[in-house]
Design a protein around this ligand. Structure first.
Ligand SMILES: [Zn+2]
Length: 164
């Protein structure tokens, strides 16, 4: 056989193979036998194709969509969390604000709480709390690095610079 003959033989075999494809099928949905019009037909009728889609495919697609949405939400939450300043950075920022204040080295200096908050100090982020002795009610001073902040009354605080 020469090349020409081989090609002809292949073509003949391929033609035979495709014309021999059986179009007698069993419907993937209702399991009735039917004659297919196309080689890629899976169902006996549009109704079975629709029913299959509604019962088997659609719930899967919807579940996939919800899962994707859940993943997106989770991703957005993590991105938001990562975009927030860390507690360490907030504390560092607080200390930087105290460094800008004029503070009497012996007595400390009294400030209005509001003014310090307006400067951008966040009182929820401190190094630690220190119990103030000699008070009947439990009182704490807040320590920010080398700065000690004591509440004097409802509006005033005293800021002292601690000696290292
Ligand atoms: Zn069917």
């Amino acid at each position: 056989m020469n090349t020409e003959e081989i090609i002809q033989k292949i073509n003949k075999l391929l033609k035979k193979a495709t014309t021999n494809v059986s179009y007698d099928r069993i419907c993937d949905y209702c399991y009735e036998s039917y004659i297919a019009n196309r080689s890629d037909q899976e169902f006996c009728c549009d109704n079975c194709a629709d029913n299959n889609y509604n019962q088997n495919i659609r719930p899967l697609r919807e579940a996939e969509k919800l899962l994707l949405q859940l993943k997106e939400d989770e991703k957005r939450k993590i991105e938001y969390k990562n975009s927030l300043p860390s507690p360490e950075n907030i504390l560092r920022n607080n200390i930087r604000k105290f460094e800008k204040l004029t503070i009497d080295p012996i007595e400390g200096t009294v400030y209005f709480m509001k003014d310090i908050v307006d400067m951008g100090v966040n009182f929820e982020h401190f190094s630690y709390k220190e119990r103030i002795e000699g008070k009947v009610e439990i009182c704490f001073a807040l320590i920010f690095g080398n700065y000690k902040v004591t509440q004097l009354d409802r509006i005033k605080i005293k800021i002292e610079k601690l000696k290292n």
